[in-house]
Ligand binder design. Structure first.
Ligand SMILES: Nc1ncnc2c1ncn2[C@@H]1O[C@H](COP(=O)(O)OP(=O)(O)OP(=O)(O)O)[C@@H](O)[C@H]1O
Length: 375
């Protein structure tokens, strides 16, 4: 829906679109309410230079499609309005078949469209690293100032069919992903959903043995793993600083592997998860990685669930394949999960690739002014 005058009006001629993709049901409907209150302010502040348009999502995954359409149409920016789930879907809309998409008139590799964020979800964890989660006006100011930052995205490949998703915040598996799955069912109670999710996650949980390979090196067996969290950024679960050294502009990811933990370990040391000091504890391992592969070693067939839970940006993706054996795993026929830093570049040019093997990802969040030159 066009908020400003129609694009044929003399006022809008030559202007590019700022497309706000709104999940009206985010944060149990609060996103939609807040958006309606903020929209006039945004139109007033941005409308002089841009066509401000809004698109409401019709349901899960729709934000991805809406983003692709906006990029094809040459939007200057696509701004996710909602929580981490909506941001995740918008980020995935920058890609198609694993490749960055570009506007139809774009000559360059990578989109001319930038990514933006108005955090209005339950957890809004990605926004925390920019200190934008507490005050929406701060996020609006940043958007209107046109402040830009280059950021990375990660990629997860999982399951027998080797499905692929990009993530911008944290991807994780096993207990934390199971807790996230249940938390998603209780978003109506706000941040308490993460407590309920954790309690339900612990039911029937047992630590597992996995094969893990870092940066394409040797596979190693890790026994009694409770959770594996890989952060492009620092926070998940409504403010837990799970990967405290991760920096979305660093070019690498932080992998935190938690082993041998029981529910009471978390209970006693819960505050350390919020402080990020858990990484200094016994049985918690942190490392900087470019990629990490994980495969199951033991058989899940007797379990209630088909395998190890995987989530990305708090969105349930599925399960590692329960039937993976070490033989299949060596065949690499059932991989697993791989994170990959995607090369970064300006959203306007092809210069600045950090790695020639990878197409540029032009994700800059929270975005702006695609006309300005990048640092
Ligand atoms: N129109 C819609 N109706 C129902 N669900 C939707 C709609 N649009 C998107 N969704 C789904 O809503 C889910 C949650 O959205 P979102 O992340 O915006 O809010 P949240 O869960 O409250 O916040 P956070 O993820 O930060 O905790 C996503 O999984 C998304 O797929």
């Amino acid at each position: 829906m066009e908020v400003t005058a129609p694009s044929s009006s003399p006022d809008t001629l030559g202007k590019r679109d700022y497309v706000f993709i709104v999940n009206p049901n985010g944060a149990n409907g609060r996103t939609g309410e807040l958006w309606r209150k903020l929209r006039p302010q945004l139109t007033a502040r941005l409308g002089k230079d841009w066509n401000v348009s809004e698109k409401f999502t019709s349901g899960p995954q729709n934000a991805t499609q809406l983003t692709r359409e906006a990029i094809h149409d040459g939007a200057a920016a696509v701004v996710a309005v909602g929580g981490d789930g909506t941001l995740h879907e918008v980020v995935n809309g920058f890609f198609d078949n694993g490749e960055l998409i570009k506007s139809e008139d774009s000559e360059s590799i990578g989109p001319k469209t930038a990514l933006g964020l108005l955090p209005m979800g339950t957890g809004s964890d990605f926004a925390r690293v920019f200190d934008l989660n507490k005050d929406i006006n701060k996020a609006i100011d940043r958007l209107c100032r046109g402040e830009k930052k280059k950021i990375d995205v990660g990629r997860v490949i999982y399951g027998k069919e080797r499905k692929e998703k990009f993530f911008i915040n944290v991807a994780d598996l096993h207990l934390s992903a199971k807790a996230g799955f249940f938390a998603g069912m209780h978003k109506q109670i706000g941040n308490l959903c993460y407590v309920i999710g954790a309690l339900r996650g612990f039911q029937g949980h047992r630590n597992r043995d996995f094969k893990i390979r870092v940066d394409g090196g040797e596979w190693e067996t890790w026994s009694n793993v409770t959770a594996i969290c890989v952060g492009n950024s620092k926070y998940f679960g409504g403010g837990m600083k799970i990967t405290p050294s991760a920096d979305p502009s660093s070019g690498d990811l932080e992998a935190v592997i938690i082993r041998d933990h029981r529910w009471y370990n978390f209970l006693v040391k819960l505050h350390t998860l919020y402080l990020g000091s858990h990484v200094r504890q016994k049985n918690v391992f942190s490392m900087k990685v470019r990629s990490i592969d994980v495969a199951e070693l033991d058989n899940f067939s007797n379990d209630k669930y088909p395998g190890t839970f995987i989530q990305a940006d708090g969105e349930h993706l599925g399960f590692l394949d329960a039937s993976i054996t070490s033989k299949e795993f060596h065949d690499l026929s059932n991989i697993i999960m791989a994170y990959e830093e995607c090369a970064r570049s300006s959203c306007l040019t092809v210069s600045g690739y950090r790695h020639s093997f990878c197409h540029a990802t032009a994700l800059q969040a929270p975005v702006l002014d695609p006309g300005a030159s990048l640092p």
